[in-house]
Design a protein around this ligand. Structure first.
Ligand SMILES: Cc1cc2nc3c(=O)[nH]c(=O)nc-3n(C[C@H](O)[C@H](O)[C@H](O)COP(=O)(O)OP(=O)(O)OC[C@H]3O[C@@H](n4cnc5c(N)ncnc54)[C@H](O)[C@@H]3O)c2cc1C
Ligand code: FES
Ligand code: FES
Length: 1343
């Protein structure tokens, strides 16, 4: 039982600390104050591993659970989604927690949400899936009425998925929106009485017979409602007791339940941290490793939760949660006169984009204010809107009021003593002619912290005979431009007394420039962008106010209507999508859009990942000791402090490695003498818990002698720092001769650079390693795309024969290339203590460590020279191409080679010369990532194709078409194109997207809108399929047929969400002519199928499909003898009969691709169209429409293939427009050299649900079987990735329109990828950027 604060101290009766989890009452023991709810659910004795740990910082939503409590004030049960990774365990004392396991399960029936998500193909790797379901579940439980589609998308903004591209998730949940009244009625939510069903595409009842929709067989959602977990009756009656509980390292957790308790506690513990949502304190303690001794939970103190609405304004307690504040403001806006609620409306808008729902549900107003973050979204608004903070003195009980404007004193410093707390906030109503407006620009619109935000207010007055409007009061506040939320005082003073007209605008813009000064190397960087935003925001404010005044004062000076585009705010439309494909069925299963075989496991949280497997007794947890410098000699390692750290069980360094510390020719397992990047592994520490291992690792002191570091491609080129023997050349014709011959009417030269990309698989790297048979064997479970490599490296490191090392991989929560080679060193590090101590060791990387050490997509620089005719025909292409390999070679040489192979994209170029080199830099080794260099090669080409178009004043699409390769074209690596479907794809796409009309409409929109511009683009691609390392083109499989007619398939490929096991099972089912449900693919294991190639390069179904088919055919041939004699009612009968005849029902299948002269077996062709809209003043953008068309032959499973296309496209969209890796390099001096700033979801932004196209249409080319693929199919995983560059080029097209309007003509201009809001805004050169930069300015990029 929990130990509680003594009755005498708190004046309340002593009660045990309890919690309900999925309807079961649990007593919370003392001693767990350091623990999060997630740790409790996953570990302890509950083992509810359906709730996942994706990031531990509230940024991914994988840990979402629903919390319910009884609110005595409103007499209501309230349900809300929270991030269990940030919720302290004791914060949910007295509440009911429902995790995915409490929602529905396979035996008792899936919840309709689970059923719908599985059936709509909304779960690929499944790691994010429970989190999505829980967010949606909480929304449904909270709302009496079905939510709107907008509410559904809003509630999912805090959940990330890296696999699906979100469209199927939206479709799956859309059926629960208002349009579907069948939900929770007697009907199944998905199958209607008239036999029609809810269409996953439209979300409406439909009888289209969409074959994607599979009726659930083993489950029936309609039965589910009876089993919905009720709110525990005990909790209806129970009061929240005060708590005093302890935790590790002397931590004390108090819960105050009355104001006098709180004041007492704070007086006794002046240094105590108050906690409401723990979204700041939790991050400080876990990521920044700050150690607080006393935490006081104040979320239940009634006086801090009161709301008083009266005639002067509204006052609310400081513990009010942001979602409550949002609801409150929405209510008062409805109830009060419009002129009174200008500030409330501004807060509503700002709160919409504040974090995700899970954070808003717990984060408090007080927590945000008192943290005083310089980028707080709300503080500039409090300052602007005349809010007052009421502060109470804990000793005297005296309350003082202070204007918000005077509260913020410096970096995270406020005008509050340690014996004071924030009691409440008072927000006055606005008056007639008083206007308040919010501003925020972030990297990503949803769930992102601001780059710059602002709150602005003016109170105007009519004066004189002609009632001219003058400024009486003004507040202009900015966040993100100084260490504190900043009042632009000079600007405010300037404005007061001035007439509200255009000349005020011009003068005020000048004053702001002198008011907001940002140092050139200020933390956060983006200095020019930030300064420009302050002007853009003020301009928008001016127009917005002028527009509002003109409503009441029509004589006001007006602006052209095209300027209104500056003030129209973004609204979240509902996403729609169309998927168009043919099904070519082969046998019982091949060709059908079957649901992912594990989908139903995944939606119930039952699917196991490495971190979920029950650990053997005696397991130790590992943490890595990592280098802190990019290049340095290790002088000494002092482990004395870590040895006395709690739970310490051992430190292992290079000298302890049993056999060979060299895991590659240029890579050590543990650094011996010199470290060559930040994050290089120096050793591994094991301890009794993960936290203790990390704490001990943090205490290892390494002394270094710093050495010079190479921190960019350009520095590497200058220093000739290349990985040995990586220089490459591909050529065709004679470029030099062509340039000299005078055939080229024009020759252009330039450079294209592009940043890297983090894989951001939702499941971090992890391995569990243990010994067997007294240490004679080593076994492991690993999250890897290459179990064979794990086996190989670990046998090498430990000096064991490979036959004694087994690696198993059940499933991987996303890999995308990041777990191909870079997972083995992590498992190898864990294997050393496991082997030497003869104890199981588990090593799961924290998200920040994972992102820092495990490598990324390569950044590239391409220097090109292109010759072409005046018509636009390309004649010669000379390219020098460099990729950033990092500190070891890894796969960089192959990645570079693949970039070179794809450098022609789809264009016929008579003369080509491509020279490449892999740069050695002092960064963690970069590695494979979806596309494997091909997207980078193609992107360079598409860049100069667009430049040719600009030079010739033609459309890029025209230039592309006239240079397309054709059937029989010979590439620069001598491959002849066969079955080239490019022209047909392009033509069909151009028709389906109605390109010419889209172009016309965009041009018209642009002519009517000064500050918003639209752009369109079409991009083609040709993706070569095969491993270029020939020996890897082989695959093995093992198939067993059992006497009940079921089939167990094992093969060398890994299931990581891409549906490989499902496709392979379909092949087996069709081969035996049995239902798909009779085939099971269990896991990948090196003791079942030896020497398997990694699962990568998109070709696994091309390889393992035939290998499985080979095994099936062998068994079938053996069965034939029995089958031909008798007729059998079922396959089970036949299998039994064969068994009786002593026929071997197991076979090993093998497949290798025939030797060919060609580099690639075949090509996957594709094309995409995109239309975007940008806000030229802020760089904000959204994708309005995307149409993708791919040639996938006869798809093995079109539903899975569509999912791969959408997922790849959205991941590619992240690469080209959102995801920016920021390293400590010459361009980012405010980051420590060689360190990665963007190492978590907090500041590395992958696309969220709000970033997908409004209209997302995918179609597959029909009627083109692929003679070189299993059952005429084609590879799909990587080819669509590059097509997302259509969004990039559409953005560039929109920027071009903005520049043309500025009178800059249609001249070509560079734009780096990712085209983040910063790059978009700065490229839209205008009067708000020109004070800070020149026309050719390009924001800094780490390459
Ligand atoms: C994933 C994520 C996304 C985020 N996104 C945004 C965003 O978009 N915009 C933004 O502005 N912020 C954002 N934040 C920051 C954070 O959510 C807010 O600052 C939040 O409002 C803090 O509230 P809390 O209740 O969780 O604070 P807690 O962590 O519980 O407390 C924070 C601090 O406030 C103090 N405190 C709390 N109440 C009082 C009081 N009554 N009197 C005195 N001191 C008090 C505590 O002592 C503590 O130091 C984000 C955070 C995360 C983790
Ligand atoms: S694990 Fe909790 S939000 Fe990512
Ligand atoms: S299915 Fe969403 S992250 Fe894999």
């Amino acid at each position: 039982m929990g130990s509680l604060e003594k009755e005498a101290e708190m004046g309340d009766e002593l009660m045990e600390a309890i919690l309900y989890v999925n309807g079961v009452r649990r007593v919370l023991p003392d001693g767990l104050a350091h623990m999060t709810l997630l740790e409790y659910l996953r570990g302890w004795d509950l083992g509810l591993t359906g709730t996942k740990l994706g990031c531990g910082e509230g940024g991914c939503g994988a840990c979402t659970v629903m919390v319910s409590n009884y609110d005595k004030t409103s007499n209501k049960r309230v349900h809300y989604a929270v991030n269990a990774c940030l919720a302290p365990l004791y914060s949910v004392e007295g509440m009911h927690v429902i995790s995915i396991e409490g929602v529905g399960h396979r035996k008792h029936g899936l919840h309709p949400l689970q059923e719908s998500l599985a059936s709509s193909h909304g779960s690929q790797c499944g790691f994010c899936t429970p989190g999505f379901i829980m967010s949606m579940y909480a929304l449904l439980r909270l709302n009496k009425n079905p939510p709107s589609e907008e509410e559904i998308e809003e509630c999912l903004a805090g959940n990330l998925c890296r696999c699906t591209g979100y469209r199927p998730i939206v479709d799956a949940f859309r059926v629960f929106a208002k349009t579907n009244d069948a939900l929770y009625s007697g009907l199944s939510s998905l199958s209607l009485q008239d036999g029609s069903s809810i269409c996953p595409s439209t979300g409406k009842p439909c009888s289209c017979g969409d074959v994607r929709f599979q009726q659930p067989s083993e489950t029936d959602g309609s039965k589910y409602t009876e089993k919905e977990l009720i709110f525990p009756p005990e909790l209806l009656l129970r009061k929240f007791p005060p708590l005093k509980l302890s935790g590790n390292r002397g931590l004390i957790w108090y819960r105050a339940v009355r104001l006098d308790h709180l004041l007492d506690l704070k007086t006794k513990h002046p240094d105590a941290k108050l906690v409401v949502g723990n979204t700041e304190v939790g991050i400080e303690m876990r990521l920044k490793r700050l150690q607080y001794k006393v935490l006081i939970s104040v979320g239940q103190v009634p006086e801090l939760n009161t709301v008083v609405v009266n005639d002067s304004g509204v006052e609310f307690g400081s513990s009010l949660r942001l979602s409550q504040l949002l609801r409150l403001f929405r209510k008062v806006v409805k109830e009060r006169p419009a002129h009174e609620t200008s500030a409330c409306k501004a807060f509503i808008e700002q709160l919409k984009w504040f974090a995700g729902t899970q954070i808003r549900n717990v984060a408090s107003i007080g927590g945000n204010i008192c943290t005083a973050s310089p980028i707080s979204d709300l503080n500039p608004l409090w300052m602007a809107s005349r809010a007052e903070f009421r502060i109470i003195n804990c000793c005297s009980g005296d309350v003082r009021s202070i204007p918000a404007k005077g509260f913020f004193r410096g970096y995270r410093k406020v005008d509050m003593e340690s014996n004071e707390i924030l009691l409440s906030v008072f927000l006055p109503w606005t008056r007639p002619l008083e206007y308040v407006k919010e501003f925020k620009q972030s990297h990503r619109r949803d769930d992102d912290i601001a780059i710059v935000n602002g709150g602005m207010r003016v109170f105007l007055e009519e004066r004189g005979e002609n009632k001219e409007v003058f400024v009486c009061e003004a507040s202009i506040a900015f966040g993100g431009v100084a260490p504190v939320s900043l009042c632009a005082r000079k600007t405010e003073e300037f404005l007061i007394g001035k007439s509200w007209n255009k000349s005020l605008l011009q003068d005020a813009l000048k004053v702001i420039q002198s008011d907001v000064l940002i140092d050139k190397d200020a933390p956060g960087g983006m200095v020019e962008f930030r300064k420009s935003l302050t002007l853009s925001f003020f301009f928008k404010f001016f127009l917005w106010v002028s527009h509002h005044i003109s409503d009441v004062k029509p004589t006001m000076e007006t602006f052209p209507s095209s300027h209104m585009s500056a003030v129209e705010s973004f609204t979240r439309p509902c996403r729609v999508g169309r998927q168009d494909y043919e099904t070519v069925k082969h046998g019982t299963a091949v060709g059908l859009p079957e649901v992912h075989l594990s989908a139903r496991m995944q939606v119930t949280g039952k699917a196991e990942y490495t971190d979920d497997a029950p650990v053997p007794p005696n397991t130790l947890h590992a943490a890595l000791v990592l280098s802190k410098l990019p290049h340095a000699r290790i002088l000494s390692i002092d482990d004395s402090e870590s040895r006395s750290s709690p739970g310490f069980a051992g430190l292992f360094l290079a000298k302890d490695v049993p056999a060979d510390n060299m895991i590659e020719a240029d890579e050590e397992l543990f650094a011996t003498d010199v470290v060559t990047c930040v994050g290089q592994v120096i050793g591994v520490i094991v301890a009794n818990t993960h936290e203790n291992a990390k704490a001990a690792a943090g205490k290892v002191k390494v002394e270094y002698e710093e050495l010079p570091a190479i921190l960019s491609i350009r520095e590497a080129i200058a220093a000739k720092s290349f990985h040995p023997n990586t220089e490459k050349m591909q050529r065709k014709g004679d470029v030099e001769l062509c340039f000299e011959s005078g055939q080229c009417d024009r020759i252009i030269e330039g450079e294209v650079q592009m940043g890297g990309q983090e894989h951001f698989y939702m499941e971090p790297h992890g391995s569990l390693v243990w010994t067997a048979d007294g240490g004679n064997e080593v076994h492991m479970l690993s999250s890897t795309q290459d179990p064979h490599r794990h086996q190989l490296i670990i046998s090498h490191v430990l000096g064991l024969q490979m036959s004694k090392v087994v690696c198993k991989t059940k499933r991987v929560g996303g890999g995308f290339g990041g777990k191909e080679t870079r997972s083995a060193f992590i498992a190898a590090a864990a294997s050393v203590p496991a082997y030497l101590l003869n104890r199981p060791v588990k090593l799961i990387l924290d998200r920040d460590v994972d992102m820092m050490i495990s490598g990324h997509r390569h950044s590239f620089v391409g220097k090109y020279k292109v010759g072409f005719t005046n018509e636009g025909k390309i004649l010669a292409y000379d390219l020098e191409i460099y990729n950033n390999g990092g500190n070891t070679l890894d796969l960089s040489s192959y990645v570079l080679q693949n970039a070179m192979f794809h450098s022609d994209n789809v264009y016929e170029i008579p003369h080509v010369r491509i020279r490449g080199n892999v740069c050695f830099t002092n960064y963690p080794s970069n590695t494979a990532f979806r596309g494997f260099g091909a997207p980078q090669g193609m992107l360079i080409t598409e860049n100069w194709i667009h430049r040719i178009a600009a030079e010739l004043d033609r459309s890029p699409e025209e230039i592309k078409e006239m240079n397309f390769q054709v059937e029989g074209s010979i590439t620069h690596y001598s491959q002849c194109l066969e079955h080239c479907t490019l022209h047909q794809l392009w033509k069909e796409l151009k028709m389906s997207c109605n390109f010419l009309q889209a172009r016309r409409e965009v041009d018209e929109f642009n002519s009517l809108n000064r500050w918003k511009k639209r752009g369109v683009a079409m991009v083609p691609s040709k993706f070569g399929v095969a491993y270029t390392k020939v020996c890897t083109n082989q695959a093995g499989a093992l198939v067993h047929v059992y006497t009940d007619g079921t089939v167990l398939v094992t093969h060398g490929g890994v299931e990581m969400g891409q549906g490989l096991h499902t496709k392979v099972a379909q092949v087996a089912a069709s081969a035996f002519n049995i239902p798909l449900s009779s085939v099971f693919v269990s896991e990948t294991s090196t003791d079942k199928v030896p020497n398997a190639s990694p699962t990568s390069a998109s070709i696994s179904s091309d390889m393992y499909g035939p290998a499985v088919l080979d095994a099936c055919e062998q068994i079938k041939a053996r069965m034939e003898h029995v089958a031909s004699k008798l007729s059998f009612k079922s396959f089970a009968e036949l299998a039994s009969a064969c068994y009786s005849q002593r026929i071997d029902l197991s076979a090993h299948g093998f497949y290798w691709t025939p030797e060919e002269a060609n580099t690639f077996r075949y090509y996957t062709y594709g094309a995409a169209f995109a239309e975007v809209e940008i806000d030229t003043l802020t760089g904000d953008f959204h994708t309005r429409t995307v149409d993708v068309k791919l040639d996938l032959g006869y798809s093995l499973n079109p539903a899975i293939d569509i999912g791969q296309i959408e997922g790849a496209f959205v991941q590619g969209l992240g690469w080209v427009v959102l995801e920016e890796l920021k390293w400590g390099d010459a361009a980012h001096k405010w980051i420590k050299p060689g360190n990665l700033l963007t190492c978590g979801p907090g500041n590395y932004k992958i696309p969220s649900i709000n970033d997908i196209p409004f209209n997302f249409n995918v179609s597959l080319l029909k009627g083109h079987p692929n003679s070189r693929g299993i059952h005429s199919s084609k590879a799909v995983g990587e080819p669509p990735f590059f097509l997302a560059s259509s969004v990039f080029f559409a953005i560039k097209d929109a920027i071009k329109a903005a520049r043309e309007e500025m009178g800059l003509g249609s001249k070509w201009f560079p734009l780096d990828t990712p085209a983040t809001p910063e790059r978009i805004r700065m490229a839209c050169f205008d009067e708000f950027t020109s004070p800070f930069v020149s026309l050719d300015f390009c924001p800094k990029l780490s390459v």
